[in-house]
Design a protein around this ligand. Structure first.
Ligand SMILES: C[S@@+](CC[C@H](N)C(=O)[O-])C[C@H]1O[C@@H](n2cnc3c(N)ncnc32)[C@H](O)[C@@H]1O
Length: 278
C-alpha cells in the first residue's frame, strides 16, 4: 500500500496537482471503501490486483486534473455529505459563510420560508433546511441536471418535504414573495475565467461559473426581479467575488436607493457576502 501511495503522490506532484498527498490518500481510501482516518490508523491494507488497478485508474483521472470530488462523487459541505457530479458546481468552503448569515437572518426574524437561487447540488438549501426545522425553502436552478442532483441530495438528507425544487430563470418560478432571498449565482468575470485552473474550467459547468463581462450579469438581473418577489423590508444575501464589493454596492444603489448593504468576509478575510436590506 505504501509503495502504491508513494507512486501516486510522485505522479500527482509531477503533474502539478496542488495537494498530492491528500488527493492520493482520499482516492485510495475511496477505492478501499474506508475513511482517510482508517487508512492512517491501520497503516496498511493488502490490495489485490483488481483494487490496485481501480486505484491507478482513479489517479489517472486526477492526473488529467479532474477534481477529486467528481472522481469520488462526494463533497462535504457544512458537515453534510453531498453527492456531486459534473452537472453541478462543487460546493466551496467559503459558501459556508453565506449559510451562516442566512441562518442568522431566518432565526432573528422568525421567517418560515425563504428562496435560494442557483441551487446547484442543493448544498445551501439543504444546509439551511437541516438546521432550520419547520422552514420551507424554494430552491431554484435553471439547469435540470443540477436539480436532479439536488433532488437526490435532498432525499439523502430527508428534507425533500421542505425543499421545493423549481426550474427556471432566477426568481421567476417563485410562487409567493419571501422575506429572504439567498443566492450564490455564477460571478466569475470574463477576464477571471481565463485565469482559472484547468481543474475548474475543464470540468465544472460553465453555466455555474460565468457571470458575463464583469461577473455581475446574473446578480444585476436578480436585483431587477427582486422587487416583485421580496416581502416589504426583506433581505437579500448574495455571495460575491472578493473584488466585487463596490460594483455590487453600485448595482444595489441603482435598483434600491434606500437599501443598506453590509459586507461580510469569509474565513480567508476576503469580502464574500453582501447582505442587502431592501
Ligand atoms: C455558483 S453555482 C452555485 C451552486 C450551489 N448553490 C453552491 O453554492 O454550491 C450557480 C448555480 O446557478 C445556476 N444558474 C445559472 N444561471 C441561472 C439562472 N438564470 N437562473 C437560475 N439558476 C441559474 C447554475 O446552474 C448553477 O447551478
Amino acid at each position: 500500500m505504501r509503495e502504491l501511495l508513494n507512486w501516486a503522490i510522485a505522479a500527482l506532484r509531477e503533474a502539478d496537482i496542488e495537494f498530492p498527498e491528500l488527493d492520493a490518500e482520499v482516492l485510495l481510501a475511496h477505492t478501499l471503501g474506508v475513511s482517510r482516518s482508517q487508512l492512517h490508523v491501520r497503516k496498511n491494507y493488502d490490495l489485490d490486483a483488481e483494487t490496485e488497478e481501480t486505484f491507478r485508474s482513479l489517479v489517472a483521472r486526477r492526473l488529467r486534473h479532474e477534481p477529486v470530488a467528481y472522481i469520488t462523487g462526494h463533497k462535504e459541505f457544512f458537515g453534510l455529505d453531498l453527492e456531486v457530479d459534473s452537472r453541478v458546481l462543487i460546493p466551496r468552503p467559503e459558501t459556508e459563510t453565506l449559510v451562516e448569515i442566512a441562518l442568522a437572518v431566518v432565526r432573528q426574524r422568525g421567517l418560515l420560508s425563504l428562496a435560494e437561487v442557483g441551487a446547484g447540488s442543493g448544498a445551501i438549501a439543504i444546509a439551511l433546511a437541516v438546521n432550520l426545522p419547520g422552514v420551507d425553502i424554494y430552491a431554484i436552478d435553471s439547469s435540470s441536471g443540477a436539480l436532479a442532483v439536488a433532488e437526490e441530495n435532498c432525499r439523502r438528507h430527508r428534507v425533500l418535504d421542505r425543499v421545493f425544487l423549481l426550474q427556471g430563470d432566477l426568481l421567476e418560478p417563485l410562487p409567493e414573495p419571501v422575506g429572504l432571498i439567498v443566492a450564490n449565482l455564477p460571478y466569475v468575470s470574463e477576464a477571471e475565467l481565463k485565469t482559472l485552473a484547468p481543474d475548474i474550467t475543464r470540468y465544472e459547468p460553465l453555466s455555474a461559473l460565468d457571470g458575463g463581462a464583469d461577473g455581475l450579469k446574473h446578480i444585476r438581473r436578480l436585483l431587477e426581479q427582486a422587487d416583485a418577489h421580496l416581502r416589504p423590508s426583506g433581505i437579500i444575501c448574495l455571495e460575491i467575488g472578493a473584488t466585487q464589493a463596490s460594483a455590487v454596492n453600485d448595482a444595489v444603489r441603482e435598483k434600491f436607493p434606500a437599501a443598506t448593504v453590509a459586507l461580510v468576509r469569509d474565513l480567508a478575510g476576503l469580502d464574500r457576502v453582501a447582505v442587502i436590506a431592501a
